[in-house]
Design a binder for this molecule. Structure first.
Ligand SMILES: C[S@@+](CC[C@H](N)C(=O)[O-])C[C@H]1O[C@@H](n2cnc3c(N)ncnc32)[C@H](O)[C@@H]1O
Length: 253
């Protein structure tokens, strides 16, 4: 039987790899690396660095494949993402079917943790449902950007006995969720925090957390919003892409 590992590699620092992830890396014959366009160089480099650093027997193979582009002009976001996942499922199916021999082990290295805003597990489910290739798979957790952000700011995400809400910039642009005072925001391409005019909110913001480019800012949202927007724009101009995550916390709640 073929085997596929879905390995969480942490959100940017090679030291975030767990012992379980390192053990899994050392069983892999073929790494499937998806080329994601402009972020590619940095992210592909990190994945290669991780392999170089942690794998003792260097006889593994690497197969790089272009990630199909998502239609960013589509009227339905959900439909566009669904189509994109279907296209990726066909590619992953081909990789597992053609690039992996029987009894070999393949791996997808997933940024952060595979359970959080990552489509790999949904795509694996689709491949299994199609029934064209047979394989076992195992999921290895990783340190997500959310955990890395909390550690860097030295904060607990929840307050005692309270909830934490994790959402996207797209959702937060529609307004803060009712009755929740601690909200983690990911995938915010447009800086949705800019539009929040609530004066009682603190922000704990981090870009490229865990990497050499890391930027951290914390304070009252109203006081820090322009600094964050400027640093974000400068970082994006310098690197071509930005990855940031933040906690919005209603103070005194
Ligand atoms: C497609 S999601 C992947 C999340 C990932 N699976 C995780 O567990 O962190 C990409 C988003 O994660 C966040 N992110 C990932 N790495 C980050 C980092 N090093 N610093 C800040 N945010 C990061 C950003 O919000 C980015 O838009």
């Amino acid at each position: 039987m073929k085997k596929v590992f879905v390995i969480g590699i942490g959100a940017g620092n090679p030291d975030y790899l767990t012992v379980q992830a390192i053990n899994a890396l050392n069983e892999v014959d073929v790494f499937f690396i998806m080329d994601k366009g402009e972020e590619k160089d940095d992210l592909v480099r990190l994945r290669k660095e991780i392999c170089e650093r942690y794998i003792k027997d260097k006889s593994y193979r690497t197969v790089e494949t272009a990630d199909p582009p998502r239609d960013r002009t589509a009227s339905s976001y959900e439909r566009a993402v669904q189509t994109w996942h279907e296209q990726r499922a066909l590619i992953y199916e081909r990789l597992i079917g053609e690039e992996l021999a029987e009894n070999e082990c393949g791996a997808f290295l997933v940024w952060g943790d595979p359970s959080l805003y990552d489509s790999t597990l949904r795509i694996i489910d689709q491949i299994i449902a199609r029934g064209k290739v047979a394989f076992d798979y195992e999921v290895i957790p990783g340190i997500s950007a959310v955990q890395a952000l909390a550690a860097k700011h030295k904060i607990a995400l929840n307050r005692i006995g309270r909830s934490v809400h994790i959402t996207t910039g797209r959702k937060i642009a529609e307004g803060l969720p009712n009755g929740i005072d601690d909200v983690v925001v990911m995938l915010d391409g447009d800086g949705a925090f800019n539009a929040i005019d609530d004066t009682d909110i603190d922000i704990y913001w981090g870009a490229y957390v865990g990497t050499a480019d890391e930027i951290l800012v914390a304070g009252k949202l109203r006081d820090r919003v322009h600094d964050i927007e400027r640093m974000r724009a400068e970082a994006k101009a310098r690197k071509g892409w930005v990855m940031d995550t933040y906690l919005l916390r209603r103070h005194g709640a």
